[in-house]
Ligand binder design. Structure first.
Ligand code: HSE
Length: 403
């Protein structure tokens, strides 16, 4: 099988490396050699062991011997246009591009199904963790109720370095970039957009409905303070960036937020670049997926596994399907209850509806923490109103998850 790679960055070059290094294994796994025939990239790589670089997409599109194309370009354009043309031409496409899958996945999967080929995207969520294939094969017998987890390696690495090793945000971010974890623009990591695209993909797989990820409530890690970490520690929690999706009646709710996770939850012990995803189902109970969520070789392994799967299903579409976006399918979350942590300054009021003062700051006697019972948005608003009426200020508010 001749394959092509579009985008020779961290993941694309990892794919080349894995294909060469694991050639014998790949022959055993898919029954034929896998050869990289073209690599599309606008940059020059004079020192690369590969001599098949091109700057012209048509070299791939028009090569009848290329059956599988790896798209590791990232971003929507031109990856969308290229992917669509390749699928229409009957070539399988495998990708790590979560932005493209979250934006145009419905249409690209439909084209692949019509053409009896495959559009596979295991590496788009959780880096090297097998999560996409289990979602559409092993876990398809029953209904999922909830998915929540740590879906971004860069922010988990930053939080670990900052709060366990005392590193600054900037230097932890630089290290994550050096290690090849971060997006080209790391704003997507630290502001939660990357997690947002990943939870949109998981929600579509779990609940069969595409979400508009631009409408997913998304908050990153930049507002977490050392005071919040100190309170969380005191109360027995870690702070993690969480993607969550759940059923809300007939609709689906998804959100991204920093959350307090109890220290005895398996998510609390997930550090550095590791991701952890918990899937809850009606019959299933709870299943957890854990592994390296970013990085060259773990992610490249997931991509190459999809290449093998495409070769094994050359003329068979492995059905992956969800309904196209409809605003009725996406809940605003008004009625989805969460318990909350609030850090508040002022003199603690005697009555906080739905919440309880659980700790005072050591060095600043004027700050206290409140943990609430499970509240919907209106319950939280009422609590905040009451707190403000007592001349207190809410300094931060985060959900509790994983209890
Ligand atoms: N920037 C992403 C992360 C890469 O840190 O998780 C893997 O999707």
């Amino acid at each position: 099988m001749k394959i092509a790679i579009m985008g020779f960055g961290v993941v694309g070059s990892g794919v080349g490396e894995v294909v060469v290094k694991n050639q014998e294994t790949l022959i055993n796994r898919c029954g034929e050699p896998v050869e990289v025939a073209h690599i599309l990239d606008l940059r020059d790589f004079p020192d690369s062991e590969f001599k098949c670089f091109t700057k012209d997409f048509n070299d791939i599109l028009n090569d009848p011997e290329v059956g599988v194309v790896v798209e590791t370009m990232g971003g929507v354009n031109p990856a969308y246009d290229f992917t669509k043309k390749l699928l229409l031409a009957g070539k399988h496409v495998v990708t790590s591009n979560k932005e493209l899958v979250a934006t145009h996945g419905t249409e690209l999967l439909d084209i692949a199904r019509e053409r009896n080929i495959n559009y596979l995207f295991e590496a788009s969520v959780g880096g090297g963790i097998p999560i996409i294939r289990p979602m559409y094969s092993c876990l398809t017998a029953g209904e999922a109720t909830d998915i929540f987890g740590i879906l971004n390696g860069t922010t988990n690495y930053i939080l670990t370095q900052m709060f366990q090793c005392g590193e600054s945000f900037e230097s932890a971010l630089k290290a994550a970039q050096r290690k090849g974890y971060a997006e080209a623009d790391p704003t997507a990591d630290v502001e939660g957009f990357d997690t947002c695209r990943k939870i949109a993909i998981l929600a579509a797989l779990a609940f069969g409905k595409a979400l508009d990820y631009t409408k997913i409530s998304t908050e990153g890690i930049t507002k977490i303070t050392a005071d919040d970490v100190a309170f969380a520690e005191k109360l027995g929690y870690a702070i993690k960036l969480i993607g969550h999706c759940t059923k809300d009646g007939d609709a689906v709710y998804a959100a991204v937020f920093p959350a307090l996770v109890p220290k005895n939850s398996p998510l609390a012990g997930i550090n550095d670049v590791f991701n952890g995803i918990i899937v809850r189902g009606e019959d299933l109970g709870e299943v957890m997926f854990y592994g390296r969520g970013a990085g060259k070789l773990p992610t490249a392994n997931a991509v190459v596994a999809d290449v093998v799967d495409a070769i094994k299903h050359k003329r068979v579409n492995v059905i992956i399907k969800w309904d196209k976006y409809d605003e009725k399918h996406q809940s605003s979350g008004e009625n989805v209850p969460y318990a909350y942590y609030l850090r508040i300054s002022g003199k603690a009021p005697a009555n906080i509806p739905g919440g309880k003062v659980v700790a005072f700051s050591e060095n600043k006697q004027t700050e206290f923490a409140v943990l609430t019972e499970s509240l919907t948005k209106s319950g939280l608003d009422a609590l905040v109103c009451e707190v403000k009426a007592s001349e207190c200020e809410v300094l931060s508010c985060m959900r509790l998850i994983g209890e």
